[in-house]
Design a protein around this ligand. Structure first.
Ligand SMILES: N[C@@H](CCC(=O)N[C@@H](CS)C(=O)NCC(=O)O)C(=O)O
Length: 201
């Protein structure tokens, strides 16, 4: 299979982390397709979206959307990305959902803040900043429960926090959230899969 990505894409980082963490480098080739948004972009030969990550499966099916791609990687790996115990699996989905929600919120705000000032929406940025703060707090309260897990739930949270470091340093998400900070910096960043894909900025 082939994963299409672009360098600092926080969404593409999630399957890129999974491929490294769950020893799938032999199964998945990666192709950097930056810059995005060109008229004749290679992604448009596969579908209308033009977004990364995208995955061409071994059967030639073109998949888009991070959560779908991670689901496919889980199947292709024989179930390595999520726990098999039903309760632990459900909890991993919960954590992945929260991490994914955080990424969406951070991404929307970063995107809006880079628009021409005349096109920005301060109201939307405030809404998303408030949402992100609520999610950081939720993660701080959950971290004791997930800190020992290495699965797509926790890896997705790490990807979102790395994106917050890059695009939203002003959030100071570590302030007052010492357990979450220690988990990210001392546990997750020690994993080569997480460290090696951390955004370059
Ligand atoms: N909902 C998508 C979002 C993916 C996304 O927005 N990717 C960005 C890069 S981080 C992209 O491809 N942007 C190019 C564009 O919007 O044309 C997912 O979960 O995979």
């Amino acid at each position: 299979m082939k994963l299409f990505y672009s360098g600092n894409s926080p969404y593409a980082r999630r399957p890129r982390i999974a491929i490294r963490q769950f020893d799938m480098m032999d199964q998945a080739e990666e192709q950097d397709v930056a810059p995005l948004n060109t008229v004749d972009h290679v992604l448009f030969t596969h579908g209308p979206g033009g977004r990364v990550p995208a995955l061409l499966t071994d059967n030639g099916t073109f998949l888009c959307e991070t959560l779908i791609i991670c689901r496919h990687l889980d199947e292709a790996s024989g179930g390595k990305l999520y726990p098999t115990d039903p309760a632990a699996r459900e909890f991993s989905f919960r954590v992945e959902g929260v991490g994914s929600l955080l990424m969406d919120s951070l991404f929307v705000r970063a995107h809006d803040s880079r628009r021409d000032p005349s096109e920005q929406s301060p109201g939307e940025q405030k809404t998303e900043a408030t949402r992100a703060a609520r999610i950081y707090d939720e993660l701080e309260s959950l971290v004791d429960q997930f800190s020992g897990n290495i699965d797509m739930g926790t890896l997705s949270v790490a990807a979102s926090l790395g994106y917050a470091d890059w695009r939203h340093a002003e959030d100071k998400w570590r302030a007052g959230r010492s357990k979450l900070a220690a988990w990210h910096d001392d546990v997750m960043m020690k994993l080569p899969s997480v460290k090696d894909t951390y955004p370059a900025f």
